[in-house]
Write a protein of this length. Sequence first.
Lengths: 249, 395
Amino acid sequence: MKILVALKQVPDTETKVKVAPDGKSLDPTDVKWITGPYDEYALEEAIRIKEAGGAEVVALTVGDDRAKEVLRNALALGADSAVLLKGQPSDDPLAVAKMVASFLEGKGFDLVLLGNKGIGGDNAAVGPMLAEILGWGHANVVVKLEVKDGAFLADRETEGGLERVAGPLPAVVTAQKGLNEPRYASLKGIMAAKKKTIEELDGAGAPAVLSNAALALPPARPDGRKIEGDPATQARALLQLLKDEAKVF
Amino acid sequence: MAGAYSTLTDLTDYMDFQSLLRAEEGMVRQAAREFVNAEVLPIIEGHAQAMTFPRELIAKMGGLGFYGPTLPETYGCAGLSSVAYGLLMYELERGDSGLRSFASVQGSLVMWPIFAYGSEAQKQRWLPAMARGEKIGCFGLTEPDFGSNPAGMLTRAVKEGGKWRINGTKMWITNGSVADVALVWAKTEEGIRGFLVERGTPGFSAPEMKGKWSLRASVTSELVLEDVLVDEEASLLPGVKGLKGPLSCLTQARFGIAWGVLGAADACYQCALDYALHRVQFDKPIAGTQLQQQKLAWMVTELTKGQLLALQLGRLKDQGRATPAQVSMAKMNNVHSALEICRKARTILGANGILDEYPVMRHMANLESVYTYEGTHDMHTLIVGEEVTGLSAYR
Ligand SMILES: Cc1cc2nc3c(=O)[nH]c(=O)nc-3n(C[C@H](O)[C@H](O)[C@H](O)COP(=O)(O)OP(=O)(O)OC[C@H]3O[C@@H](n4cnc5c(N)ncnc54)[C@H](O)[C@@H]3O)c2cc1C
């Protein structure tokens, strides 16, 4: 069993996002970069499959030198090897999916795991596109996964319920919160990762057709208002505002 | 949980000392930080208030490799650099000094001497289990009448055939009541020697000390040894004689303390900075007043100096060049600065500074112990004084 986990380096969810002077990209100063939170579930699932029945886990990311951090972290958590597809992690999910697909070609992978989306862009597109390009089966937003005898069984989150999908391997599965509880890197894992190398490949050859034209932050929230008076007056005023202004009733 | 939405603010790094770290050193710190954010910060005030040690964290920290991490892999440890170890202590003590104390004692004061001075059988027996946190250790040097001057200790061990009979009392022993094994230092005819005394050995007990206003989330105990008979082969550390034994362990632990206290100071600095930016008095944030800025500037400066001092000490240590007197300087300086940073933070928070809603008063009170244990601030001053003048002012 050979599993590829495709990871994306994203700004920490705690980062206060600023728009760069060009008006269409993220200002990278003071941004702390982390592995996409949903990708962490994907990686954890791959490691659990490896621990349960044996599998080779390859971590991959598209990006520049900075993105190696994500791979070192994946190696520390238990990935067997790591590949950096050098190239701009573009705003175009199709370009990324094509790069990953061409890497996968002829390598005999049984399963590709990814986060159901990167945080920030929220396109949730790379996984499904990758499956389309490869002509593989695909389950997204998965909260429970079983892989056995050349097939997979996945529970996916749907509006108001769960859907269980089954299909043959190879397949693409994207992870949702709840799939598992990602582990912390152990100090031994970190030291073991030091001995593994990151393979660097040229990821070019998939030109982006989409690019960001503009990036804007949501408008600043207006200041709050204080309702004065005794409790009864305040309650009445609040009710009025909820009805007339917020229109929640 | 390490996954989505964990709090990942970062440590204070005014001079970008992290650019001097190796990749894996940064990863160790990050791993420890995530652990502390998720597992320690939510529960620590409760434990400090209740005066209980968070025992549920012992195995978790063992699983992540937090005990004795600089020791080699052959004994189930991670083989980290000293700097990585220091960063681990920094993050743990950002959580609480009690937690860092637990790890210091386990790793530097018990595992390290077993590794350095123990027999192969003793190493095999204790190190892997202690690394996993399945066995807990404590270090018994201080006595009721001998603190700064341990050479005067009254605890005695007398050889009787293949056994040793130990009598004496130790005091202020971190982890004492929860330990599976106590490393007890005792005087013998051939000088001070170290003995591994297991819990349950007849004549040995470890009553907990109560009533602390500091390190409340840490167990502190007496060790009472009344005609305790131990087997020489299992118990006596063969590799060391004299005061050098316990002092060399303390050098290891003090190195970790010099790093650790900066974590407590960082937590207080960040808390005070944030508070000052948001607390409005006389229609402006108090952070905009000269007096509070003087405090904040002093705090971040001392924190930064401490980081660079600890880092250089760590590099020297990894090259085998750090001297005990250099470790004394770092322990003395960094604990003093850290305590002052916490005290200043306390004043910036005004009345809120005394509440457990903020970590400041807890860290401040904790550091009063750290100021005294592992060699008091004064003793380290006198060691540095002796180093530069060649004259001992304390003996
Ligand atoms: C919470 C806590 C945990 C501890 N854990 C451990 C542990 O795990 N194992 C262990 O063995 N010990 C432990 N200790 C004990 C600690 O190491 C001692 O308290 C410390 O060494 C100081 O000893 P003392 O308290 O007897 O003070 P003393 O030695 O009596 O000192 C009192 C004061 O006199 C000063 N002084 C002493 N001698 C001189 C001198 N020659 N010149 C000038 N001034 C001097 C000191 O600096 C200090 O200000 C712990 C202590 C605390 C508070």
